[in-house]
Design a binder for this molecule. Structure first.
Ligand SMILES: [Zn+2]
Length: 288
């Protein structure tokens, strides 16, 4: 199956009261683990690529080539969207040109007027090419230079303004943050989420920073219109812990345990287990 836009899978998810996971990829092992799990679970999936990860993987064209190759060689038949995560205006155009099927324009740091102008322009380009477009209102907190910012709450009227421009899905800050949540985190603002959903109707809403949000909050967020949930840090933590275990047990020193295909295998299994658990929690299993 070819890469698809995220529009159809998210429209179905919103109507069916479940969410599709966006799992960020970092390399071949990550991509393979996520695609294989999606196929096993018969779940639609969104592969997220940050600008930094895109650079690390030798550019967006390399990413597109790798993902398309794997979909063919692994006989992946579930819907897969390849999505730019938190893209700048320039990165959106680069990914569109490279063959991504979905992009996020993160204009949340621009004044709302400029966010609107740039989003409008990208809506037209994505529509013409059949891509899905995610926009963000209300910056999502997280660790920057060692300082953990608390997540902002989006203004529901601004959300409506951006939704009305014709974007496919909307990320609204509701107190969520990227990375690990601090011990004194206040939790998600369901009041904000409810107000945003009432203003934006059928628009699939996106929850960033899915790592460490308690399951009951995830379920409540889905019931209030969240149809896409981004998971990144959790797969990284699982991969690192499994790899650490392998090395600490000295397995790389036994026989051909140094072979990267053996050394990285426990990490791959840990990513698969994390993705499976999330797909079950989000309700996307069997929805391909
Ligand atoms: Zn994010």
């Amino acid at each position: 199956m070819m890469l698809v836009s995220a529009k159809e899978m998210l429209t179905k998810a919103k109507a069916g009261k479940y969410a599709v996971g966006q799992f960020n990829i970092n390399n071949l092992e990550w991509t393979k683990a996520i695609l294989q799990t999606a196929q096993e679970m018969n779940s639609p999936v969104i592969l997220g690529v940050s600008e930094g990860a895109g650079k690390y993987m030798c550019g967006y064209k390399t990413v597109v080539g790798m993902v398309n190759g794997m979909i063919e060689e692994l006989n992946i038949t579930v819907p897969v969207a390849l999505h730019l995560d938190h893209g700048s205006y320039d990165a959106c155009y680069k990914c569109i040109k490279a063959g991504f099927s979905s992009v996020m324009f993160d204009g949340s740091h621009y004044p709302i007027e400029e966010n609107v102008e740039k989003t409008k322009e990208l809506v037209a380009v994505c529509e013409e090419k059949g891509l899905s477009l995610e926009a963000e209102v209300g910056a999502i907190g997280g660790e920057e230079d060692g300082v953990i910012g608390s997540g902002e709450c989006a203004d529901p009227d601004e959300c409506k303004m951006i939704a009305d421009l014709g974007v496919t899905m909307l990320a609204a800050g509701i107190g969520n943050i990227h990375g690990k949540y601090p011990a004194n985190w206040k939790g998600l603002s369901f009041e904000t989420l409810d107000a945003v959903q009432q203003k934006t109707g059928d628009m699939p809403l996106v929850l960033h920073g899915g790592t460490g949000i308690p399951s009951d909050m995830i379920k409540k967020a889905i019931s209030l219109g969240v149809a896409k949930i981004n998971v990144n840090t959790e797969c990284q933590l699982a991969f690192a812990a499994a790899t650490r275990g392998y090395v600490e047990e000295g397995k790389d020193l036994v026989g051909k345990g140094f072979d990267p295909r053996k050394l990285l295998a426990p990490g791959v299994e840990a990513i698969k287990a994390t993705v499976k658990e999330k797909m079950e929690l989000f309700g996307s299993v069997g929805k391909a």
